[in-house]
Every structure is written in structure tokens, then in C-alpha cells.
Design a binder for this molecule. Structure first.
Ligand SMILES: Nc1ncnc2c1ncn2[C@@H]1O[C@H](COP(=O)(O)OP(=O)(O)OP(=O)(O)O)[C@@H](O)[C@H]1O
Length: 257
């Protein structure tokens, strides 16, 4: 019999993380279903980036478990976790600046297929990979920028390409650090639409301060306060939750964010 966790993409089970004697993540638990979009919000210093670092393998928990599609990943390297289908974008750029948009996508696809070890297979599969890269270009609305070097794209286009690279690399779970940071209002609105479109069917976890983005993107919102998930629910319920109002959202909404 399959484990009950099969439809869960990411599970955090009483995760703790201390730096020296200070405990930053204090028993955080979270169950993210496959295919849903989850935003992690919370005050500055609540531990959101630390949580992302734990999930992506940059940090190892001091206690607790993290699972990806039912499989333990805590203690594994970022590379191993990436191979299991989780990609993180935006904190560090993954673009190859001197390759064209198309070549960036194609490289990510070939890399994920392991062609660096099998040159003959590489040649045989090239047509299919090219066709997939062309299709992804269209979905990213970058087809007219196909042959432009990544470094010459606009900022918003570079971010779109970065999402494209996670998809080209076969990620089923995508972690986005503040996806619209540095974008104008209109760019932000367009970019949220693009993220929703191109990540359809995949699991999305995002850390975000902009409440407009959070409410525009998330199916469910996890509220992290002092290293604990104090609420995890639909945007409407989280917005109405008195504990969330008190701990965080009340002040943010009052400031007009
Ligand atoms: N490597 C580290 N060593 C020591 N302390 C750390 C380390 N990384 C983070 N911290 C501390 O952990 C706390 C939580 O930081 P974190 O960046 O995870 O919060 P955050 O919720 O992402 O904050 P923000 O919204 O401001 O980005 C902070 O007090 C930070 O100084």
C-alpha cells in the first residue's frame, strides 16, 4: 500500500533550527499538497529564509524531519534535493548571462537529463529537447527574445527565464524568494499571471512580503512567527484569523502593504 503522504509534496514535521544557542525555527510543521501554491509570510526575522534554506538543503535541521514526496530529505545536499525535483529560484541567479534565452533553457533541460555523461544520447535526443525548449519559450512569452543573451534581457524577463530554468530542469516543487522584488506594480501584476500559468500543476512555495502578491498567488498561506507556523489556511481565513491579525497581518495591512 502507498503511504498516505503520496499526495503531499513537502512536509515539515516539528522542524527546529538553532544557530549557536539561539533557536530560530521552533518546531515548525507544514504539509504542502502536490500542485498547490503556498506563500510563507511573517514579520522580519521570523525565520522565513531559514525555513527555505532548510527545505532546499542549504541548512540541516537541528531536530525534526523534512520530506519531499514522502521521502526524507533533511540532511541531504542541495544538489541531491534538486535531483529529487525541488528547485529554488531568485536568491542567487541561475542564469548563464552569456548564453541566449533559448540556449539557457536547452542547457537546463540537457543537464537535468544527465547528458553530460552520454554524448551520443545527447545527439539523438537533441531534436526533442529543442522542441521542448521552443514550447517553453512560448509559455514564458519569451519567444520573440529567443536569441537575445540572458544578460541583455530586461529584469522582469530575466526573472521569467529563471522560472523557466526550474521548469526546464524538471522541478516539480519550486521555491521562489520574493518573486516580484524590484518590479513595478504593472510588471508585478503581469508576472504573477505568468508564474501562475507556467507553474500550473507544480507545487510552489514562496516567501513574500508584498501582500498583493501573496493574495494574488497563494492557494494557502503559512504564517511564521518566531519560528513557528501559527496559521496555515486559505487567504480569506488567514486574513480573518485574529491570531494572525494580532501577530502580524493587522500591522502590515494597516501600513497599506
Ligand atoms: N547563519 C545564521 N547564523 C546565525 N543567525 C542566523 C543565521 N541565519 C539567520 N539567522 C538569524 O535568524 C533569524 C531569522 O532570520 P531569517 O532571515 O530566516 O528571517 P526572515 O523571516 O527571512 O526575515 P526577513 O523577512 O527580514 O527576510 C534572524 O534573527 C537572523 O539574524
Amino acid at each position: 500500500m502507498k503511504p498516505v503522504t503520496m499526495n503531499l509534496a513537502v512536509e515539515l514535521d516539528a522542524v527546529r533550527k538553532s544557530f549557536g544557542r539561539t533557536e530560530i525555527i521552533r518546531g515548525a510543521s507544514l504539509q504542502v499538497r502536490a500542485g498547490e501554491r503556498v506563500a510563507i509570510i511573517g514579520p522580519n526575522g521570523a525565520g522565513k529564509s531559514t525555513l527555505f534554506n532548510l527545505i532546499s538543503g542549504r541548512l540541516t535541521p537541528s531536530a525534526g524531519q523534512i520530506r519531499l514526496f514522502g521521502e526524507r530529505i533533511d540532511g541531504r545536499t542541495p544538489h541531491e534535493i534538486n535531483r529529487r525535483g525541488l528547485a529554488r529560484s531568485f536568491q542567487v541567479s541561475n542564469l548563464f548571462p552569456k548564453l541566449s534565452v533559448f540556449e539557457n533553457l536547452r542547457c537546463a533541460m540537457l543537464w537535468s537529463e544527465g547528458h553530460r555523461y552520454a554524448f551520443w544520447k545527447f545527439l539523438a535526443d537533441l531534436d526533442e529537447t529543442n522542441a521542448r525548449a521552443e514550447a517553453l519559450l512560448e509559455r514564458l512569452h519569451l519567444d520573440r527574445r529567443r536569441d537575445v543573451l540572458a544578460m541583455n534581457l530586461t529584469y522582469a524577463e530575466q526573472r521569467a527565464l529563471e522560472i523557466g530554468l526550474t521548469i526546464a530542469g524538471g522541478a516539480r516543487v519550486i521555491l521562489l524568494d520574493e518573486p516580484t522584488a524590484g518590479m513595478s506594480r504593472s510588471e508585478t501584476t503581469r508576472f504573477i499571471g505568468l508564474i501562475r500559468e507556467v507553474t500550473e500543476g507544480r507545487t510552489l512555495l514562496t516567501v513574500e512580503h508584498d501582500m498583493g502578491v501573496v493574495f494574488g498567488l497563494a492557494d494557502r498561506i503559512a504564517v511564521l512567527v518566531y519560528g513557528e507556523v501559527i496559521a496555515f489556511d486559505t487567504p480569506e481565513r488567514v486574513r480573518a484569523d485574529p491570531r494572525v491579525q494580532e501577530a502580524y497581518l493587522g500591522s502590515v495591512l494597516a501600513q497599506g502593504h
